[in-house]
Design a protein around this ligand. Structure first.
Ligand code: ADP
Length: 324
């Protein structure tokens, strides 16, 4: 049996202005600053196998949260069907709520309750106790246990994240939904967090995780790249990279802004983006060699040119796919 099975799911918010949500109250706070577009997701299909870490990778507003809310039964789709752990997200939503853990993008815990009170609360809601499932959360919870009497609102970003994960796990879910769990968390805690996910996977938990950080894609078994409510590609990170068309060059000169414009103006350029302190460019390699490009840019006045071929990253693949 598949852990998640999604067929042609779509959600448009134009019919949803007043917020027709199942169960838990209002979807977003009043001071939410999201781009005003009505398209949530458009006809998405995919499957996640049991025990997989599946990443939904895409920028803000791409539709990640909309998808997570549908799969965790907090939002009704307009079209299509989806099953989680074999249950239908609409007709069998209660069964799904018992067997999934959900860590929403925003910190969702009670700020005024202590660490321990929050965890106890979630355990009680699911009719269990901290002791009963301590083994599963032990590695994660032990790191915040010294602060168990501290109010959740007073925790650091990384500690909040660990508490939220402990709460999402306290009822031993089969499928874990993590919506941007590492956003706003420092790089060390991000790395540590992914280490924890691998351990949960080893215990047989299926994980659907979204992130805007492209470098986290390589830590997933498979990923879907999402933009404007649509999937651009679903595959393993390695295979997505191996399917990158054209060679990729990293280019530098003394005048980086002019360089970007000059590269983009070249009719043989397929795509070109600023990437850290370099520009990443892919060109029509049948018609342009690296030496020829160096010569052309030199003629345009660029000094201290540095051009070298590099391996594409997931971000490069995303850029290329989103150009089509
Ligand atoms: P992400 O999680 O990738 O940032 P979202 O699923 O939150 O993306 O948003 C996808 C699109 O749907 C965005 O254009 C957003 O503005 C729109 N959207 C999300 N929630 C609502 C809502 N409650 N009402 C209207 N539009 C919404």
């Amino acid at each position: 049996m598949l852990a998640i099975e999604v067929k042609n799911i779509a959600k448009n918010y134009s019919s949803e202005k007043s917020g027709k949500f199942i169960g838990l109250g209002k979807p977003f706070s009043d001071n939410d600053t999201r781009v005003d577009s009505d398209t949530g997701i458009e006809g998405i299909s995919f499957e996640v196998k049991k025990g997989e870490i599946f990443g939904i990778i895409g920028p803000d507003g791409a539709g990640k949260t909309t998808l997570f809310r549908i799969l965790t039964t907090l939002l009704l789709p307009d079209q299509g069907s989806a099953r989680v752990n074999g249950f239908d997200v609409v007709s069998e939503y209660k069964s799904i709520r018992n067997c999934v853990g959900y860590m929403p993008g925003r910190f969702s815990l009670y700020q005024d309750l202590t660490v321990e009170e929050n965890l106890n609360f979630f355990a009680t809601v699911f009719n269990t106790t901290i002791e009963e499932n301590y083994e599963l959360i032990k590695d994660i919870y032990q790191q915040i246990e010294p602060f168990k009497n501290r109010r959740a609102g007073k925790l650091s970003g990384g500690m909040k994240q660990k508490l939220a994960l402990s709460c999402a796990l306290i009822h031993k879910p089969d499928v874990l939904f993590l919506d941007e769990p590492t956003t706003g968390v420092d790089p060390v805690s991000r790395k540590e967090f992914w280490g924890m996910l691998k351990k949960l996977k080893d215990q047989g938990i299926t994980i659907l995780v979204s992130t805007p950080y492209m470098d986290e894609a390589s830590l997933c078994d498979r990923i879907a790249l999402i933009q404007n409510g649509q999937f651009l590609k679903i595959d393993t990170p390695k295979d997505i990279i191996s399917q990158y068309k054209n060679k990729l060059w990293a280019v530098k000169s003394d005048t980086m802004y002019k360089l970007l414009n000059d590269l983009r103006a070249n009719e043989l350029t397929k795509n070109c983006f600023a990437f850290g302190d370099k520009h990443h460019v892919s060109m029509d390699n049948d018609k342009l060699t690296m030496d020829k490009l160096r010569e052309e840019l030199g003629t345009l006045g660029h000094k201290n040119l540095d051009i070298r071929e590099i391996e594409p990253t997931i971000e490069d693949c995303f850029m290329q796919l989103s150009q089509v």
